[in-house]
Design a protein around this ligand. Structure first.
Ligand code: CA
Ligand code: CA
Ligand code: CA
Ligand code: CA
Length: 450
């Protein structure tokens, strides 16, 4: 479509005749249509060099805006809006908060759209750097925001489960298998009543030693700094596994490989383990627990208690068994577990969802307890806390979660239920008005609908 016509100032072009856009010239004749989109046409009155052409193909640097103000504090998220500076085909933005080359990726809902992300300053000098990326993969020059007014860290670190950005609200990290042995970590951060646009916060790159198929991962703040970290058990074959940690800074992650190794015991197959994280010991640092299948309808709960950072590295005490069931009592295959301090004593507990025939699901709790004499930790046997009834809760459509989704400081147990056709709802099981001893009641919230 012709946007307009205008006379060329005399002397600008030493040429006669019309300027034609969208056709080629061949043998002094106009031929062939241009295939593709033209979102921007520029005309030079001279020959342009390769660098200038490459520069012209770049999108404009994104504009950066702080909708809630540019006041920030170290370790606390601040909301930033990234929008294209006039380019309609911007399909992604990359950014960083630590002065490094922008590498955290976030995509607008549609090309040329803007996105809102929450970023976390790591120190008082933190600056936001961002680039826009167009459909052809051209990156803009870096836009740098010096507007952020960052004050020193204040307040205690967040204790909310899987809170990636230290704002007191639980978030959802997603481990994504991008193919070719590339594993990506997507951060889905809560706004309190919804979620920010997901960011690709970390990636292994193709051909990595951390293919998603070999991993079991869980989020928890293992060093207690308020930013959620990711623990990764990797299957090494032959019943051996190793543990690596991705330490989060609220924006991206740093890999600490092999902080624990089961050795060739044949007793630590990743495929036999269901994994959760929670502060089971109550010291402010997230610990790891595996529900480990021992066969013959019996299992045990193994706990790796965090020692925080030792010589700058995430460190865990050797695993110990906190609960073991009698053979024949409980089928590992019918269980999914989540962790959170549901009874409010400061130590995370284990919520066990058990699948019964005919659409029935029950919630059994195992509370963390400590022997007053020996100081040894363990989990209690099962206490029934919720029963869906027969025909009311289909296991296969359920994803079980635990976290303080509302930010009120109390853990909520939740079930994300898949209704099909891209509709997912999060049901939260909260204590009744009579307190934590009461039955759980489903409260319903849509988290994704498409
Ligand atoms: Ca959060
Ligand atoms: Ca942390
Ligand atoms: Ca702990
Ligand atoms: Ca507890």
């Amino acid at each position: 479509m012709l946007a307009g016509t205008t006379d060329v100032p005399a002397g600008t072009f030493d040429a006669a005749g019309d300027l034609v856009v969208g056709r080629a010239r061949w043998n002094s004749a106009t031929t062939d249509q241009w295939f593709g989109d033209l979102d921007e046409v520029r005309v030079w009155q001279r020959v342009v060099g390769e660098r200038e052409i490459a520069g012209a193909a770049r999108p404009q640097p994104p504009s950066l805006r702080f909708p809630n103000g540019a006041q920030a504090a170290v370790g606390k998220p601040v909301t930033v809006n990234l929008s294209p500076a006039g380019d309609a085909d911007v399909v992604a933005y990359r950014y960083s908060m630590d002065g490094s080359v922008p590498s955290i990726t976030v995509r607008p809902a549609a090309p040329g759209g803007s996105v809102t992300v929450a970023v976390v300053p790591g120190d008082v000098d933190a600056v936001l750097k961002a680039v826009a990326v167009d459909r052809a993969g051209n990156e803009s020059l870096v836009a740098t925001s010096y507007e952020l007014d960052v004050s020193a860290r204040s307040g205690p670190p967040s204790m909310a489960h899987a809170d990636l950005n230290n704002d007191g609200r639980s978030d959802v990290p997603i481990v994504y298998d991008n193919g070719n042995n590339e594993t990506q970590l997507w951060n889905l951060t809560s706004t309190g009543d919804g979620f920010n646009t997901p960011t690709i916060a970390w990636t292994t790159g193709p051909g990595s030693a951390y293919p998603a198929a070999k991993l079991k991962t869980v989020a928890g703040d293992v060093d207690g700094d308020g930013n959620g970290d990711i623990a990764m058990f990797r299957d090494e074959g032959g019943g051996r596994s190793t543990l690596s940690v991705l330490r989060g800074d609220g924006n991206t992650y740093k890999l600490y490989p092999t902080v624990w190794d089961s050795g060739a015991c044949g007793c630590s197959s990743v495929g036999s383990a269901k994994l959760v994280a929670g502060d089971f010991t109550g010291d402010g640092k997230a610990d790891l627990a595996q529900l480990y299948d021992l066969g013959n309808a019996t299992w045990e709960l193994r706990v790796w208690a965090s020692r925080g950072l030792v010589a700058g590295q995430p460190s865990f005490a050797p695993p110990t068994v906190w609960l073991r069931t009698d053979p024949g009592t409980s089928d590992w295959n019918q269980i999914r577990i989540v962790a959170g301090d549901v009874d409010g004593d400061g130590r995370a507990d284990i919520a066990e969802f058990y699948n019964y025939p005919n659409g029935q699901t029950k919630l059994w709790m195992h509370s963390s307890q400590r022997d007053a004499t020996t100081g040894a930790f363990s989990f209690t046997g099962a206490t029934l806390r919720w029963d869906s009834g027969v025909g009311n809760w289909w296991w296969t459509a359920s994803t079980f979660v635990c976290g303080d989704f509302t930010g009120d400081g109390k853990a909520d147990v939740g079930i994300i239920y898949n209704y099909g056709s891209g509709v997912w709802r999060l049901w939260t099981l909260t204590g009744s008005s009579s307190g934590v001893d009461g039955p759980f009641e489903p409260a319903f919230r849509v988290i994704l609908a498409g």
